[in-house]
Design a protein around this ligand. Structure first.
Ligand SMILES: [Zn+2]
Length: 181
């Protein structure tokens, strides 16, 4: 795993808190609006202005949350894609151009993503050079095992604690304990 799970965990927690707070605020606003509408001492004009302001605040908050979530999901998705590629690697070095070819992202986008993701420590145990990603193969992960493809049964060789793609059907698999053939 080259994804730092603790980092992704924090991300999920923050995500849950934001959604919770936003939901709570929306509920408070709604209750407040209902109270205003039912009390007689507020004039119609005043109610309209307050409701208008509440609506604008809610819309802005919702827009901000939607954008934040889109960015968050995008980031986690990219992390997973790069992690699969790193786990699949056999010799410890992957050129940015190969990652670009595998993902369909431009080479500049791959470099930009990886620089940011490693700096922010979403991805760890890799080192970036000018042209490639050097995978820090941990002790115990530089051996290879043969596993059977869960889809078609073909035998493929993957790194211990790594992953691999079946040459026959393209299924990506990750080695789990006791899955050796
Ligand atoms: Zn297969």
């Amino acid at each position: 795993m080259y994804i730092k799970n603790s980092k992704i965990g924090i991300f999920k927690t923050v995500n849950a808190i934001i959604i919770g707070v936003a939901g709570f605020l929306a509920l408070c606003n709604l209750i407040f609006a209902v109270i205003m509408l039912t009390l007689d001492e507020f004039s119609g004009e005043m109610v309209a202005i307050v409701l208008g302001v509440i609506f604008l605040v809610l819309m802005s908050a919702m827009t901000a949350i939607i954008i934040w979530r889109a960015i968050a999901i995008h980031r986690v998705t990219r992390c997973r894609i790069y992690n699969s590629i790193f786990e699949e690697d056999h010799d410890g070095v992957i050129e940015f151009s190969s990652i670009s070819a595998m993902t369909g992202f431009s080479e500049a986008a791959v470099i930009r993503d990886l620089m940011w993701l490693t700096k922010a420590q979403y991805i760890h145990n890799v080192t970036l050079t000018r042209t490639a990603v050097v995978i820090n193969v941990l002790p115990g992960e530089n051996t290879f095992v043969t596993v059977a493809c869960p889809t078609c049964g073909a035998h493929i060789t993957i790194r211990t604690n790594g992953g691999g793609r079946c040459e026959h059907c393209g299924t990506f698999m990750r080695l789990r304990e006791n899955q050796n053939v």
